[in-house]
Design a protein around this ligand. Structure first.
Ligand SMILES: *Cc1c(COP(=O)(O)O)cnc(C)c1O
Length: 366
């Protein structure tokens, strides 16, 4: 993913937005942030959007706003970017991992019930790789048990679940605008979307020193505001997100057509899902062979993620290190993210597919 390419495509518009921002003299919160929040809420088809400093803060602020406190347990996927887990830990709460469905990489609702205890407060649903998780069964289970649902949509800008954009299903939905995301800034940025006026108010205050009125502080808040320059740039890019996601979808379709029958496991999309195709992740027992061969041919790939959170040094000595999470561990060993992005040239895509065909033919038997 070439993050500079999206700037170059919109250079005129972005340069004009930056010049206008510099002239505005309003550099923290203000017009650009308010306008972006309104436009992003409308895009997500939901009532409120609150711009915050980054995706991790979006998650931590959302968890606190739904009432997660020290000592609570929060259910998280076993296979996710560590930020999902860290947001729980930063609230003083305990991440309780649940394994995903092998075929979709997303949380298996059928396994959640067994992980619920008297201390469980919330479930964090991740829409991994831009593919929406099956959220309806999770919402009804949460309702039955009196749990809150927070979504990690850091990879799912524009994805649809049963025809509706991700952004307003759970109690709070958390976004990252890290440059490499489908909607990416030129630095850090994040947001929370919600249909709850109370949660929106909590987060709006918490991101700004616990204050809604200057020098009056109702809670021990944070400084985690969406940077106004980033908001100005995100406003420009938001207009292009739908088209950029369409290009990602076309690339995904070409991969799926070009790579079938090669012994490579391709992404499976349930009929109710319209992924944002943040990543196109394939699986192969000889993943490292593919990765090295592609690299030798000048084709860069990534592994999302090579070490699952429970095996990270960060959780050393905690009981979660003893957890049996074979699905997450197998995924860490066999997933491979192929090049994808709205500016990926058609000729380059052809090259990647052609080379994968050659490498698959030379790969050791699965
Ligand atoms: C990027 C990402 C985050 C964190 O976002 P930052 O803005 O980098 O803090 C959280 N969860 C997932 C799944 C992500 O991909």
């Amino acid at each position: 993913m070439d993050v500079k390419a999206s700037y170059l495509e919109l250079q005129g518009e972005i340069d004009a937005a930056i010049a206008k921002f510099l002239q505005s003299g309003s550099y923290v919160l203000g017009n650009e942030v308010e306008a972006f929040e309104a436009e992003f809420a409308a895009f997500c088809n939901c009532q409120h959007a609150i711009g915050v400093g980054n995706g991790l803060d979006a998650l931590s602020l959302a968890l606190r706003a739904v009432g997660v406190k020290a000592g609570d347990e929060v259910i998280v996927p076993s296979n996710t970017f560590i930020a999902t887990w860290l947001s729980v830990s930063h609230c003083g709460a305990i991440p309780v991992p649940v394994e995903p469905i092998d075929a979709t990489f997303n949380l298996n609702a059928a396994l959640i019930e067994a992980a619920i205890t008297a201390r469980t407060k919330a479930i964090v649903v991740v829409h991994l790789y831009g593919q929406p998780a099956d959220i309806d069964p999770i919402l009804s289970l949460a309702k039955r048990h009196g749990l809150r649902v927070v979504e990690d949509a850091a990879q799912a800008h524009g994805a649809r679940y049963k025809g509706n954009r991700i952004g307003g299903h759970g109690d709070a939905v958390c976004w990252s605008f890290y440059p490499g995301k489908n909607l990416g800034a030129i630095g850090d940025g994040g947001a929370v979307t919600t249909n709850s006026a109370d949660i929106a108010r909590e987060i709006r205050i918490a991101r700004n020193y616990g204050s809604s009125k200057k020098y009056v502080h109702e809670s021990k808040g944070h400084n985690s505001r969406l940077d106004s320059l980033q908001a100005a740039i995100l406003r420009v890019k938001l207009h292009h997100l739908e088209e950029w996601n369409m290009r990602r979808k076309e690339i995904a379709a070409r991969y799926t057509a070009g790579l079938s029958g090669l012994g490579i496991i391709l992404p499976i999309v349930p009929e109710w899902a319209e992924p944002a195709w943040h990543l196109y992740v394939v699986r192969h027992p000889h993943r490292d062979f593919f990765r090295e061969e592609l690299s030798r041919r000048g084709i860069g790939t990534l592994v999302h993620y090579p070490i699952p959170p429970h095996l990270q040094e960060a959780y050393k000595g905690e009981s979660v290190q003893q957890a049996q999470l074979p699905i997450a561990e197998r995924m860490a060993a066999d997933v491979l993210s192929l090049p994808i992005g709205p500016q990926l040239a058609s000729a380059d895509l052809c090259e990647v597919i052609k080379n994968l065909g050659q490498i698959a033919a030379a790969a050791p038997a699965a």
